[in-house]
Structure formats: structure tokens, C-alpha cells
Write a protein that binds this ligand. Structure first.
Ligand SMILES: C[S@@+](CC[C@H](N)C(=O)[O-])C[C@H]1O[C@@H](n2cnc3c(N)ncnc32)[C@H](O)[C@@H]1O
Length: 245
């Protein structure tokens, strides 16, 4: 269970932390990656860790989407943004909806899988929900090989009377394990007053080899294009598997 404030008391700020407009380009890459493998037509898609639904919003016109997330606060955003999506509160490691989909997407929420066992459980959930020939795409922000030891980002976004400046510091306290740490400082300006809040998230990070082996062993053919563009900030990193069934 994630204890990140970002998904609980500070979740109301999500539209300013990561504005929906910023996902349009990446959604094009995801749409093409699914459609190239599934062919034409309208397909069913299970989104594990849908969060505020920002990454899926540009795709709901093309797919019948079911979304799962641990955080009711984050789901509330997605419900507003994506009213046609079937939303469920649940854990991507254990949820079973007793139906099969053409596609499973685990977007950046895959970063909340902190151990190989977590990762295996999330992939098993994908297996339990895919028809033979179905496609799994996971989008880890980083893999071990591309992690730069430390990484700083900042952004300021405004909506109505609220302006949020977010400073994120990601670093690796122990390069021998499968996690890194993200510290977030929120400068929240509401009605002219600024208050500062902070957050600490642990993020899972795995070598490409771990990804490949784990997904292969679960019954997928790993697409050779997986991790083809693994340079953070330029193009999304996709792990693509086609379920052998
Ligand atoms: C960075 S947010 C996702 C934001 C999303 N990409 C968007 O566009 O709005 C990560 C999400 O993963 C969810 N999460 C973390 N662990 C989870 C788990 N075990 N099962 C399901 N969701 C989980 C969190 O509640 C959070 O909403």
C-alpha cells in the first residue's frame, strides 16, 4: 500500500502536479503500440493503476476501458475526466475481475512495484485478464540501466486561484537494491498564501533483464521493440508483451 500523500490528502492537486494536456503525445505512442499488434477495431483495455486517468483520457475514444487503482481519491479524478470508464478500487497485484481483455496497460503506476515479487504479481494479474494474443504494455519511468543516480525536476501550474510549484528530487540511496527514493516539495499558493508540504515515495527500479525474464516466464513473447527508446524525458519506455495464452 502506497503511503504517498500525493494519492491521499494531496490528491486534490493531481491536475496541477501532472496536467492532463501533457499526456497527449505519449498517448499517441501507446495507441500505435496497441493497434499495431491488435489490429483495427475497438478493443477492451484494462488499465492497472489508472490514477487520475490522465494518460488514458486521450485513448478512451478508441478503447473500452476498465480502470483499477488503490486510491479512491485518485479514482475520483479519473471518474470525472473519463465517465465512460468502468472504475474499480483494487490492488494490481491481487485484483481479479473474472473477465478477459484484449489489452492490459500498466502505466507509470508500475513504479509502485518495489520487489520482483510485486512485479511478478502485477504481471500475473495481467495474465489472468488477457485473452491469448492479448497485449501487455508497462511503462516504467526508469530501468536500472537508464537511472542517472539523481534527477531533479520542477514545474509550476495554475488553475483558478491555486498555483502549484512542485520540486521533485529522485535519488538512489542504495544502488544494490530494487528501489529509489523520490522526495517531493509542494509550494501551494492558494488565495495569495503559500504553504509548503512534502512527500516521500519509494519507486521500484529493475534491470531490463529482470523485466524480460519475468514477463517471458509469465507466458508472454517480449516484443523486440521493448525498451527501444529508453531515454527519460524524450520518449516513453515501453515493455511490450504478447500473451501466448
Ligand atoms: C503516478 S500515479 C498514476 C497517474 C496516472 N498515470 C495518471 O495519468 O493520472 C500512480 C498510481 O498508482 C496507484 N497505485 C500504487 N500502488 C498500486 C497498486 N498496488 N495497485 C493499484 N494501484 C496502485 C496509486 O494509487 C496512484 O494512483
Amino acid at each position: 500500500m502506497s503511503h504517498a500523500r500525493m494519492y491521499r490528502d494531496l490528491a486534490y492537486l493531481w491536475p496541477l502536479v501532472s496536467p492532463v494536456e501533457e499526456y497527449v503525445e505519449e498517448a499517441e505512442v501507446l495507441r500505435a503500440a496497441f493497434k499495431d499488434r491488435l489490429g483495427p477495431g475497438r478493443h477492451s483495455l484494462l488499465d492497472l493503476g489508472i490514477g487520475g486517468g490522465h494518460h488514458i483520457a486521450p485513448l478512451v475514444g478508441d478503447f473500452d476501458v476498465t480502470g483499477v487503482d488503490l486510491s479512491p481519491e485518485m479514482l475520483a479524478h479519473s471518474k470525472r475526466l473519463n465517465p465512460d470508464v468502468d472504475h474499480h478500487v483494487g490492488d494490481m497485484r491481487t485484483i481479479r475481475l473474472d473477465r478477459k481483455f484484449d489489452a492490459v496497460l500498466i502505466h507509470d503506476s508500475i513504479g509502485h512495484m518495489l520487489t520482483e515479487n510485486d512485479l511478478r504479481a502485477a504481471v500475473e494479474t495481467a495474465v489472468a485478464h488477457l485473452r491469448p494474443g492479448g497485449v501487455l504494455i508497462a511503462c516504467p519511468d526508469w530501468c536500472r540501466e537508464t537511472f542517472p543516480d539523481e534527477h531533479v525536476t520542477h514545474s509550476t501550474n495554475r488553475r483558478g486561484d491555486t498555483s502549484l510549484t512542485c520540486i521533485e528530487y529522485l535519488y538512489d540511496p542504495d544502488p544494490t537494491d530494487t528501489t529509489v527514493e523520490l522526495l517531493v516539495f509542494y509550494l501551494i499558493r492558494e488565495n495569495g498564501h503559500v504553504r509548503v508540504e512534502q512527500d516521500r515515495l519509494i519507486v521500484g527500479i529493475f534491470p531490463k533483464q529482470t523485466w524480460f525474464e519475468l514477463v517471458e516466464q509469465a507466458g508472454f513473447d517480449v516484443d523486440p521493440q521493448s525498451f527501444a527508446s529508453a531515454k527519460y524525458g524524450e520518449e516513453p519506455v515501453l515493455l511490450i508483451g504478447v500473451f501466448r495464452g
